[in-house]
Design a protein. Structure first.
Length: 220
């Protein structure tokens, strides 16, 4: 984990794309997109049906490592409103084990405005915690410091003639957009105008690497 300061709060960025808020012992993730593969399969595009279990395995490993008291999922946790019902039994058991051991909150997103049986935890449209706003999509008119997801930001750079893409956080003085945590999620270029529009500025890309936080200025 790599520490940094945001709006007078100490946060830790994890290379897997999560945030840890030690003052609250809170873990924040965005865009899990459970059961994305089964959604595609229903339209005839067959993908390996293991994305939810892979995502839950990664999340369980982080929970075991940092022992959070709270978990906040910032929207699009399920790929669609019926996704919770398609979770295979093993994934359901893994998810219920996580929601039972923490104070778990689902923030609704555009993919899962009504997630149905969410296998534990509470459901909210957004939340305000200790001066920070938690929601799915950044609101450019929001005056308070804000944490959100939705855009799946990825940093794309050229290194020694090779194009490299890596999930990243996009941050400004008042907003952080988290990367997608899900195992089967694409990504939008961190410098994309839609991200800048939602944040109200271009911001910078943050990439946690071992014990360092790499910062890349994003062009307006």
């Amino acid at each position: 984990m790599v520490p940094f300061s945001f709006a007078d709060h100490a946060l830790f960025a994890l290379p897997q794309g999560a945030l840890f808020w030690p003052a609250r012992r809170a873990l924040l993730v965005a865009d899990l997109h459970f059961e994305k593969a089964s959604w595609f399969a229903s339209f005839g595009q067959m993908l390996p049906p293991y994305d939810s279990i892979a995502t839950l395995s990664d999340l369980t490993a982080i929970v075991d490592a940092v022992d959070p008291a709270e978990i906040w999922c910032l929207g699009d946790s399920f790929h669609d409103s019926a996704g919770s019902g398609r979770l295979p039994p093993r994934a359901q058991a893994m998810l219920r084990a996580l929601t039972a051991r923490t104070h778990w909150t689902w923030v609704t997103g555009n993919h899962d405005p009504a997630p149905g049986d969410h296998h534990g935890g509470a459901v909210v449209d957004e939340a305000r915690l200790d001066g920070l706003v938690l929601r799915h999509e950044a609101d450019p008119a929001e005056p308070c410091p804000e944490l959100s997801g939705h855009f799946h930001p990825k940093l794309r750079v050229q290194v020694r003639g090779r194009h490299v893409s890596r999930r990243c956080f996009v941050a400004s003085a008042t907003k952080i957009v988290l990367p997608a945590f899900g195992a089967l999620t694409g990504g939008l270029d961190a410098a994309h105008p839609e991200i800048a529009r939602a944040m109200g500025c271009a911001g910078e890309a943050l990439v946690p690497v071992e014990d360092r936080l790499l910062r890349f200025a994003l062009a307006a």
